[in-house]
Ligand binder design. Sequence first.
Ligand code: PBG
Length: 332
Amino acid sequence: MSTPPVSFPTTRLRRNRGSAWVRNLLRENQLSVSDLIWPIFVIDGKDKTEAIASMPGVLRYSIDIAVKMAREAATLGIPMIALFPNTDPALRDEAATQAFNADNIICRAVRAIKLEVPEIGVMCDVALDPYTSHGQDGLMHGAKIVNDESVAALVKQALVQAQAGCDVIAPSDMMDGRVGAIRSALDAANLQDVLIMAYAAKYASGFYGPFREAVGSGGMLKGDKRTYQMDPANSDEALREVAMDISEGADMVMVKPGMPYLDIVSRVKREFRLPTFAYQVSGEYAMLMAAIERGWLDGEKVIVETLLAFKRAGADGVLTYFALDVAKKLNG
Ligand code: PBG
């Protein structure tokens, strides 16, 4: 871009900021309710909610309440919710058996929500960590998380979720080849209209801690996830991950975590020009809430500011635990 021959005092950039009307007129990016995806944690039981200590204000819902929350989200104009289960530790095992049970908590939640609130999009995570006794996203042989056997398991998990009526399958496991394997299996099962949002550039991040408390896998996790999730030091590698997932059939891609990785969101969007999402993860939520609760940050200002930053970086939308509150605010 050539620099136009302008200088002070002929040019005064503050003229464009002098009043609300001109700021409104010149605003380059907008946050709207249709940019929001709301992650929800689901538990067994009836008429039940549970608090999550490290995520103040976020609750786990029994399915009947999750249906009501989905109704509220749809009424506010939120296009999609993302479901995560908290599985009874007694039902977790090495093989992640519950992940393939067509009556597991996620499949039951999907059926109930799609029956009562058919107009809202429902996205399901594909990864074994809510179901494994070791808390890893894949299957383990000894200390190793094995790739191809894990992909076979993830395909089975995706199929039961899609058969339950899930609209968007979101593989978050970071195994190689899982997007292609899931796409072929969905197509072969006559589920070609089910979308795939790939967690394409997902980093081995410390910011997932509160989520692991929410789904109950934190205390169980043996080791870490660095052999499959990306090294936070890397950026070019994210483009390779995204390129692979697109070539395997991803309809949309995601970068995760969000705010510390806006450079990745920006690069991915510029490079591939396809629907790109960011996940403002549990640790980002916890960090903001901790400061807001102490009065150190003004929640009214900073929450929308963080979400707008995702839009400015090029994201088409954001998964955020603030979705419901922000939607209410945006709707006035
Ligand atoms: C499961 C999964 C994780 C998150 C989404 N899906 C945790 C992890 O990979 O350990 C994190 C979401 C959040 O922190 O809000 N694979």
